[in-house]
Design a protein around this ligand. Structure first.
Ligand code: PRP
Ligand code: URA
Length: 208
């Protein structure tokens, strides 16, 4: 699949297995979400643009590099919240812009309930953070919002996806790379990823 990167890192595979386990408690679940997100963000940012600078060490002045792009982290509420901390630690000057969407239980269509983006874009590259790409409706809606805002370089960083979710996001936004810890086989009749990990929001926030 073009533009879909499922991590091959052994640490990601190990942590994903712990995350799936139904006996993993919310505290551990949140830690694993944070750790996996950090590893995925490291992989997803390997093409950030740099410009040359110079730096003075205690011994001499030498060439250095500085990030040229202003990064925005865009967690989709609620479940994307748990992905922010680890990624933000890697890139502390990033801005964080929250988008609130929930899936209507019957139609499975995303409903927007929070968006405080300013009129003009303040960042040049956005990483959308959401652990689950199920039908793909929430991801497609979020990319729509960010493109309308004026951001052109957008990446989706998630933990698990279904084939349908990937197809939906790629059909609507083929220019958006999708970074994942794993790709599962199917969706059940309620739109849950199988075998999946259950409800990523409930498992983080203890609301199951
Ligand atoms: C979950 C998940 C995604 C969405 C994925 O959120 O965090 O945002 O579902 O499903 P989709 O690909 O079919 O759109 P949910 O609506 O359960 O809200 P929550 O995070 O607030 O629990
Ligand atoms: N949202 C979740 O939290 N889990 C799924 O499997 C699908 C959507």
């Amino acid at each position: 699949m073009q533009n879909v990167l499922s991590s091959q890192h052994p640490l990601v595979a190990h942590k994903l297995t712990l995350l799936r386990d139904k006996n993993t408690e919310p505290k551990k679940f949140r830690e694993l979400i944070r750790e996996i997100s950090t590893l995925l963000a490291y992989e997803a940012t390997n093409d950030l643009v740099l410009h040359q600078t110079s730096v003075t060490t205690p011994l001499a002045t030498t060439d250095g590099n500085e990030l040229s792009e202003k990064i925005g982290l865009v967690p989709i509420l609620r479940a994307g919240l748990g992905m922010v901390e680890g990624v933000w630690n890697l890139m502390p000057s990033a801005e964080v812009w929250h988008i609130g969407l929930y899936r209507d239980e019957k139609s499975l269509k995303p409903v927007e309930y929070y968006n405080k983006l300013p009129v003009d874009p303040t960042v040049s590259v956005c990483l959308i953070l959401d652990p689950m790409l199920a039908t793909g409706g929430s991801a497609v809606a979020t990319v729509d919002i960010l493109k309308r805002w004026g951001v052109r370089k957008i990446k989706f960083v998630g933990i698990l996806a279904s084939p349908q979710g990937i197809e939906n996001l790629q059909n609507h936004h083929p220019d958006v790379p999708i970074h994942l810890a794993g790709i599962d086989q199917a969706l059940n009749q309620n739109g849950y990823i199988l075998p999946g990990l259950g409800d990523a929001g409930d498992r983080q926030f203890g609301t199951a």
